[in-house]
Design a binder for this molecule. Structure first.
Ligand code: NAD
Ligand code: NA
Length: 399
């Protein structure tokens, strides 16, 4: 079957397995080109391992320090005549490459928020790995069914207090317009968003893993956060999602306490704004990313998820002297190049000037679009999309 992209808004309904394989290979090649990460992790659990930062974390652990990896994700498998999701194909590709390299890799497909998937994961770790020394928490989801109460929480992306008006772009058409986003009205919206994207589920994972005895002495765990520039504060850091990120960041203290007797450590890493399935859903942010990419590419400081995570492992989590550099609030920062003053000043200047007419010239909207399609295995260099795709691809460790 010939597979073409089919989009609805910021969602792509189709995915290309051969493009996904090539993208995963490209990430692996990048990690290998940077050399081995000394003192890196050896047995790793990645929760949210199939796309974005989580996939890059799994690749960095495996191909940067020969780690055995267990990946948890929620994806749709390929079945007779029906395509799988991008994360399914990424995971199939990852496991294939890991097997060929002689690296242990197994995956669990299901709802990571549930007690049942936590139990299955723990059983697998007990059986195959004994104990793990790194847990990466990289879930991004619009909803969560709470495992103790059964309540289904949905997150919202809204400002708090006042409505927010700014520029936004439809990255398919390149039309720049003003968008006004009304503030939260329903008082449950904030706690619901915190319930989905805050730190409680990360805490539940770490508590269950510890109680089962599968955390090694000196275990580390890291979750991902975002801050970004003032221009997106109303919709991001000071909005509903920002409340969830505050909660996630506050969970670090709770987990450091939990892990103390194991000599374990917990971290939040603030990462750069990047094109992922999650970030393309946030108003205003895609235009900011298009300008940011333009500026950072010109300065030679642009990074994708794999460059970010390779740097997180090599220069933050597993430094040679064992020290993890943190900001004044105790967070790891790999958004340092994004937040550099000269970068932000340039983005600000361009932001004010951006119109539909000059968009393709002053922003990297073309790069944004290409990366968006790349997430689904499309527009990947070297793939012949006129050829039949290898569609019925399976994740080897999942029956
Ligand atoms: P993503 O959408 O690419 O990845 C989400 C992952 O979570 C996928 O593996 C998906 O299968 C998994 N998942 C979602 N719901 C699940 C469920 N119920 N059970 C099991 N797995 C589930 O997202 P991303 O952009 O890589 O985001 C990961 C983290 O990084 C988030 O905390 C996000 O806020 C943060 N972050 C993102 C950016 C950015 O610009 N994209 C920047 C900084 C931080
Ligand atoms: Na992820």
């Amino acid at each position: 079957m010939i597979i073409q992209p089919r989009t609805r808004g910021f969602i792509c309904l189709t995915a290309h397995p051969d493009g996904a394989l090539q993208s995963v290979k490209n990430q692996i090649e990048y990690v290998k080109s940077k050399g081995a990460i000394k003192n890196g992790p050896k047995k790793v659990l990645v929760i949210g391992a199939s796309t974005g930062f989580g996939l890059s974390s799994r690749i960095t652990a495996a191909f940067g320090s020969d780690a055995a990896t267990v990946g948890v994700f929620f994806e749709k498998p390929a079945s007779e005549g029906k395509m799988g999701t991008a994360g399914w194909y990424n995971s199939a590709a990852f496991e294939k490459e890991a097997q060929e390299a002689g690296l242990y890799a197994k995956s669990i497909n299901g709802d990571a928020f549930s007690d049942d998937i936590k139990k299955q994961t723990i059983e697998l770790i007990k059986k195959d790995l004994g104990q793990i020394d790194l847990v990466v928490y990289s879930l991004a989801s619009p909803r969560r069914t709470h495992p103790k109460t059964g309540v289904a929480h949905s997150s919202v992306l809204k400002p708090i207090g006042n409505s927010y008006t700014n520029k936004t772009v439809d990255f398919h058409t390149g039309v720049v317009s003003d968008v006004t986003i009304a503030p939260v009205e329903n008082e449950e919206d904030i706690p619901n968003t915190v319930a989905v994207m805050g730190g409680e589920d990360w805490k539940f994972w770490m508590e269950d893993l510890k109680a089962a005895g599968v955390l090694a002495d000196g275990v580390q765990t890291v979750a991902y956060s975002y801050i970004g520039p003032e221009l997106t504060f109303p919709i991001y850091r000071n909005g509903t999602i920002g409340q969830a990120k505050n909660d996630l960041e506050a969970t670090v203290t709770v987990l450091n306490d939990l892990l103390k007797d194991l000599n374990g450590k917990s971290y939040v890493s603030v990462n750069k704004a990047l094109v992922t399935q999650s970030s393309s859903a946030i108003p205003v942010v895609p235009l900011y990313i298009s300008l940011l990419y333009k500026v950072m590419k010109a300065k030679g400081t642009h990074e994708g998820t794999i460059e970010q995570i390779q740097r997180l492992f090599a220069d933050r989590l597993y430094t040679e002297n064992g020290e993890v550099p943190l900001d004044e609030a105790g967070r790891i920062r790999v958004d340092d190049w994004e937040m550099a003053e000269d970068v932000q000043a340039e983005v600000d200047r361009l932001w004010k000037e951006t119109t539909t007419e000059n968009l393709s010239e002053i922003s990297d909207i073309a790069g944004y679009r290409k990366e968006f399609f790349n997430l689904f295995g499309f527009e990947v260099d070297g793939i012949d999309y006129e050829k039949d795709a290898n569609e019925n691809v399976q994740v080897p460790s999942i029956e």
